[in-house]
Ligand binder design. Structure first.
Ligand SMILES: [Zn+2]
Ligand SMILES: [Zn+2]
Length: 355
């Protein structure tokens, strides 16, 4: 949720008219992104506990009692408890989210969701053979590579400590994902490893972990798992973080810019253009200028939290200027045909044929 709420904050405060950059600007944004993410989670956690206690009559230490019951059920079987928390729960969350998205991708229905598609002429519906091929890699990566061993004990961490940890995880993920991802874009590594993930120039949710196993290990799992391992986090915090990270990456690949969800425009643009928008939150991209082309596009103008039901492709349509430019060019070429400038026309055609 840190990633998701942080992205919401970042999207809200990252208005298209703001074209300033610079190190200090990035540092301030990073502080606000993580801070507001923690505040959002704190408010959510407190209100959830309040409802459980007041509405459902749970006792004051509801979460601790729940954990103790779970821990004693698995007592002596730490390995099983680990697989339940770090693997099974995140898998159910990830699988459930993607099953819903795949119904939309495969059927290209319902239209009240497909109208939010970012690349409107793609995956309408998705190619079943291409999807089946991607699913094999996704299942292999998730079953055999995801999830390192993490420590767990009978005492739950305090909620405030868990929030601080989630903030640290988000920062570590941005740091390690950005640089490892850029490394995989080096020509020598790209061809062998990362090209597979970029087969999808218009991504869908499930292909978020469609990658070469080595890339999945180093660039997808390591940046997410590093936080819990370095901080020796509790299994409950790790479980929450894995769920949030998997849902967050699914949303950023889903191809639909849906209302009240974080904007997927940033990573969708990465799949479209390859050499822009390498990070998660966009902070390091601003720092290194790897979002410079993105910031001059319609996708950047749409890179905001959608708070109405009108798709952003309708409220911020692709520039009509380009269409009129194309019409002018077509008319010019037409008028040239058969005219005294037929040699120029021939020259233009030769250039197009040569490409
Ligand atoms: Zn991707
Ligand atoms: Zn990439």
């Amino acid at each position: 949720m840190i990633s998701i709420s942080a992205q919401i904050w970042f999207n809200l405060h990252n208005k298209p008219c703001d074209t300033r950059g610079g190190l200090w600007d990035s540092v301030k944004k990073a502080a606000f992104v993580i801070g507001s993410g923690i505040l959002f989670l704190a408010a959510f956690g407190n209100s959830l506990t309040w409802h459980l206690q007041k509405v459902w009559g749970a006792s004051g230490d509801f979460w601790q009692k729940l954990w103790t019951r779970l821990y004693t059920t698995f007592e002596g079987h730490d390995q099983a408890l680990f697989y339940f928390g770090a693997m099974l729960v995140p898998t159910v969350v990830f699988g459930g989210t993607n099953a819903l998205l795949m119904i939309v991708d495969v059927t290209a229905k319902p239209s009240f969701i497909t109208r939010y598609r970012i690349q409107q002429d793609k995956n309408n519906p998705v190619d079943p053979a291409k999807l089946r091929n991607a699913l094999k890699t996704v299942v292999f990566n998730h079953m055999f590579i995801s999830g390192p061993m993490v420590p767990c004990g009978p005492e739950l961490p305090t909620f405030h400590w868990a929030l601080i940890e989630l903030g640290a995880f988000a920062l570590l993920e941005e740091l390690f994902f950005y640089y490892s991802h850029r490394l995989f874009h080096q020509p020598s590594l790209y061809k062998t490893y990362h090209k597979q993930h970029h087969e999808w120039t218009a991504p869908i949710g499930i292909v978020c972990i469609y990658a070469h196993p080595l890339e999945h290990m180093l660039s997808n799992m390591l940046p997410v798992a590093l936080g819990p391992v370095l901080l020796g986090s509790h299994l409950s915090t790790t479980c929450l973080w894995y769920c949030l990270a998997l849902v967050s990456t699914t949303v950023s690949h889903c191809g639909y810019h849906l209302p009240f969800l974080p904007s997927p425009e940033f990573h969708d643009f990465h799949h479209l253009r390859f050499n822009q928008c390498f990070g998660v939150l966009g902070i390091l991209d601003r720092l290194h200028g790897t979002d410079s082309k993105f910031r001059g596009t319609k996708q950047y103008e749409r890179h905001t939290l959608l708070t109405s039901l009108t798709p952003l492709t309708e409220s911020i349509p692709t520039s009509p200027r380009k269409d009129s430019e194309r019409r002018v060019a077509a008319v010019s070429l037409k008028s040239l045909r058969g005219s005294q400038y037929s040699s120029v026309n021939y020259g233009v055609r030769s250039i197009h044929t040569a490409r």
